[in-house]
Design a protein around this ligand. Structure first.
Ligand SMILES: Cc1cc2nc3c(=O)[nH]c(=O)nc-3n(C[C@H](O)[C@H](O)[C@H](O)COP(=O)(O)OP(=O)(O)OC[C@H]3O[C@@H](n4cnc5c(N)ncnc54)[C@H](O)[C@@H]3O)c2cc1C
Length: 526
């Protein structure tokens, strides 16, 4: 991305500034107004016709959601994006609660919380479209909301009533009361990043964390690293093995209350981009998690991770698409209005670059929309719409909260039932395919975000004025989408397996195997 490749290098910034605006400038605005809108295609163009025509109400609701998020982004986030980035650059521990408060008023934190827990019940398509809008405003703030949804995801696929009536309802209630309650997901460790996101690699992952079973629950110990929202979340979905020598077989999910004894934030990283979203190292020192907050069955952790990634990688593709669109919109506005941009739109190479950018954005969006639809129609998204789960949601709260109901809900039988509901909703082959499509959307989106932000910087050049700082920020923000939720390399290896080889990956769904009852250290069966 050297300056010499910039299409506008032959005309220096100063020379362009000195040129007077021509009367034709108004029409330049008209042209670019249309061009800027080209990055925001109406959904009827993006969704396959069957969804658009058969489900008009959903389409209308999706457009309304998009409009709501766009308003949040344009009014409350975009104007403060650079300021938040700068404050977090000088103080990595800085967290902008004001941006989260703004999100509360637009219902962002309860978006993916199930309706039965008081939330909006958004699925991957809604979540993806919403986060593209927020990301176009500020990818860092969007990632705060994205990491929150990531923490919720394992509870959607394998959680039980203790999660639905506990953390999820608390999140939705807090939002209504104007108090932010954030969540996070912790799988990465100092010596295991890529490995914990792939069933084969997980078999030989070097995990330092572990969960020890005790009467009434588990004690967690170890370190998690790079955890988005880790320093500000109230609840964290954390994954640890009960036997680190068998990480794949014994990985288990736990919903951790960060106010528990033994939990500590060790440090917050200095980040290249998306600084509004803190990435923290977390220490667990014998943290107690009660039995009812275990996510799924002991040993379901790897499947819960893979199902979570199938749900969340599409939205990462959407974050990346939003970054590219944000760069395009800022560039378009600058080309239209800035004196120093005068004449650039008449250049063929600039027009070609803009057309290529719009092409990239629309294809990236189509990739995450495809992934979301596949997930809903054939992947683990189907489990979320399973009639039995819907029916469970209809059971009145007063009944669900009764001690007997709660005891049953966290019993081994209930967990077994949840796992079998998930298995009966989809097949391992379909789950692999939908994971691969989500990985494709993530990898493609990340590459598009890097290319588009780089191209936008080249077109704007060094003389672009304040917009350059915004484009530079987006370029830094884009790089992170290459890394989190699995690097692009890992995502593409999973695309190869799921789409090129047509393989069925292991552990993409909870196993059918009925596990032997776990034993206490002294050998007693609980
Ligand atoms: C900003 C940010 C936010 C994050 N947020 C979270 C979060 O909220 N929760 C969480 O749990 N984690 C989070 N992570 C961690 C993230 O998921 C990991 O960084 C990522 O999975 C890569 O792991 P690693 O950094 O350990 O790299 P490594 O696994 O050490 O990989 C290093 C390089 O080797 C390549 N590589 C490794 N193994 C293979 C292989 N088998 N085949 C081919 N190539 C391979 C990788 O592609 C990469 O290029 C976050 C990371 C970042 C940067």
């Amino acid at each position: 991305m050297g300056p010499s490749t910039s299409p506008c290098r032959c005309s220096s910034g100063r020379a362009r500034r000195q040129r007077r605006a021509r009367p034709g400038r108004r029409s330049r605005g008209g042209v670019m107004g249309a061009a800027a809108r080209a990055g925001r295609a109406p959904l009827s163009e993006v969704l396959p016709r069957f969804l658009a025509s058969d489900d008009d109400r959903r389409l209308t609701a999706l457009e309304r959601l998009r409009g709501r998020m766009r308003e949040l982004g344009d009014r409350h986030i975009r104007p403060r994006a650079l300021e938040i980035d700068r404050r977090a650059e000088t103080d990595a521990g800085y967290f902008d609660w004001e941006a989260v408060q703004a999100g509360l008023r637009y219902g962002v934190l309860g978006l993916t919380v199930p309706r039965s827990s008081g939330g909006e019940g958004a699925l991957a398509l809604e979540a993806s479209l919403a986060i593209e809008e927020l990301s176009a405003a500020c990818p860092g703030v969007a990632s705060v909301f994205g990491a929150h949804a990531l923490g919720i995801a394992p509870l959607l696929v394998l959680g039980g009533p203790a999660h639905w009536e506990g953390a999820l309802r608390a999140t939705a209630d807090a939002e209504r009361e104007g108090r932010p309650l954030l969540m996070a997901l912790a799988i990465t460790e100092p010596d295991a990043g890529t490995d914990v996101q792939d069933p084969e690699l997980m078999r030989r992952a070097r995990l330092s964390s572990s969960a020890r079973r005790i009467r009434g629950g588990y004690r967690l110990s170890g370190t998690k690293r790079f955890i988005s929202n880790g320093s500000v979340a109230r609840w964290i979905s954390a994954f640890m093995p009960t036997d680190p020598r068998q990480p794949a077989e014994t990985a288990t999910g736990f919903l951790v209350d960060t106010e528990s004894d033994g939990f500590a934030v060790a440090r917050v990283e200095h980040k290249l981009g998306q600084r509004a979203c803190p990435a923290a190292e977390l220490h667990f020192d014998d943290v107690f998690v009660p039995e009812e907050l275990v996510i799924g069955r002991e040993g379901d952790g790897l499947a819960a991770t893979m199902m979570t990634l199938a749900l969340s990688r599409g939205p990462v593709g959407a974050i990346a698409t939003g970054i590219a669109r944000g760069a395009y919109e800022r560039l378009s506005a600058w080309l239209t209005t800035a004196v120093e941009a005068e004449g650039l739109l008449e250049r063929q190479e600039v027009r070609l670059a803009l057309a290529a950018i719009v092409e990239e954005i629309r294809l990236a969006r189509q990739a995450y929309v495809d992934a979301a639809i596949e997930l809903e129609l054939a992947g683990v998204g189907r489990a979320l719409a399973h009639p039995a789960l819907q029916a469970a949601g209809l059971v009145p709260r007063t009944i669900r909260r009764r001690p007997r109901a709660r005891r049953w809900a966290s019993s081994a039988r209930a967990r077994e039932l949840t796992a079998s509901l998930v298995r009966s909703s989809t097949s391992a082959r379909e789950a692999t395919r939908s994971l691969a499509l989500a990985s494709l959307a993530k990898a493609r989106g990340a590459d598009v975000a890097m290319r588009v932000t780089g191209l936008a910087l080249e077109i704007a050049g060094l003389g672009a004025g304040p917009v350059r700082a915004e484009l530079e920020k987006l370029w830094r923000d884009a790089k992170l989408t290459h890394i989190y939720e699995g690097t692009n390399q890992l995502n593409r290896l999973q695309v190869y397996r799921g789409l090129c080889l047509g393989e069925t990956m292991p552990a993409v769904l909870p196993s059918a195997r009925r596990r032997r009852p776990p034993r206490f250290a002294n050998g007693a069966i609980p």
